[in-house]
Design a binder for this molecule. Structure first.
Ligand code: CP
Length: 290
């Protein structure tokens, strides 16, 4: 059975810690590894992407491999080819398959029928590569993750779910503040609340994400529901003095985050985006060495 990375639950606390340490090594020397020499990696996108596409494409190249980027309209998946068939065929060409898709079940089916590692580049339910980069950013800022407090405010979406799952494995206390109607199912020991200031109180980081995922309409009045959860100077002020602001991008200034916070001196957002590259290289090494 190949290793997969679909939700983040595939990592133990120890393997996650090793992966983050390895990412820091790769950040200091970007050409330190040729773990993908002679290996092609398929990167299939059924949804748009800036960071994930570029960081994986560059990361595979820096590891000595060959990225094969597939956009939705360029594969037969968009015309109904079953993920099972896609997996079996691509397994014969490439050493690993990344997929950005909608329903998480598509990734599960792909992984079930793939002879090579499959990794999740975002599904409607999980965004574990993003959470890895978020944890790496916190580790850089605070030295250690154990006992850190992370507040996530806004929509109870895939990013919130991955932070709850991987945050706990890393020893981070995660609090998620959303309107009741948008609350995620709790994961592990994460605290759920409807009070953004309560979640942010004493936090080392306050994190938010877009209110509308790719292609979503405001069918249930989300904009109004989420207005009290905007990450602005007042909310960041409820956190520790040395707290940082996080956002996985793309951002919508004036909606989920204020301009002052996104571009301010407490923003760690640009490091967070950069860290996608380094942590995903460590992830790719882990996947192909299994
Ligand atoms: N954060 C993130 O996944 O960015 P992209 O949608 O640009 O890949």
């Amino acid at each position: 059975m190949p290793r997969h990375f679909l939700t983040g639950d595939e990592l133990t606390g120890e393997s996650l810690a090793r992966l983050l340490d390895r990412a820091l090594e790769l950040k200091t020397d970007r050409r330190a590894s040729d773990a993908l020499a002679g290996i092609s990696v398929a990167l299939a996108f059924e949804k748009p992407s800036t960071r994930t596409r570029v960081s994986f494409e560059v990361g595979v190249t820096e590891l000595g491999g060959t990225p094969v980027v597939l956009r939705a309209d360029e594969t037969q998946l968009s015309r109904g080819e079953p993920p099972r068939d896609f997996a079996q065929v691509l397994s014969r060409y490439v050493g690993a398959i990344g997929l950005r898709t909608g329903p998480h079940a598509v990734l599960d089916e792909l992984a079930a029928h793939s002879a090579v590692p499959v990794f999740n580049m975002l599904s409607a339910e999980h965004h574990p590569c993003q959470a890895l980069a978020d944890l790496l950013t916190l580790k850089e800022r605070f030295g250690s993750l154990e006992g850190l407090r992370l507040a996530y405010v806004g929509d109870g979406n895939n990013v919130a779910r991955s932070l709850m799952l991987l945050g706990e494995k890393a020893g981070v206390e995660v609090a998620v503040a959303t309107p009741a109607a948008l609350a995620p199912e709790p994961v592990g020991a994460a605290a759920l609340t409807t009070d953004a200031a309560e979640a942010a109180a004493g936090a080392h980081a306050v994190y938010t994400d877009v209110w509308f995922s790719m292609g979503d309409e405001d069918a249930i009045g989300k904009r109004e529901l989420l207005a009290p959860y905007r990450l602005d100077e007042e909310l960041l002020g409820a956190a520790r003095e040395d707290a940082v602001a996080l956002h996985c991008l793309p951002a919508h200034v004036g909606e989920e985050i204020s301009e002052g916070v996104l571009y301010g001196e407490r923003s760690a957002v640009w490091d967070q985006a950069e860290n996608r590259l380094h942590v995903q290289k460590a992830l790719l090494e882990w996947l192909v060495s299994g």
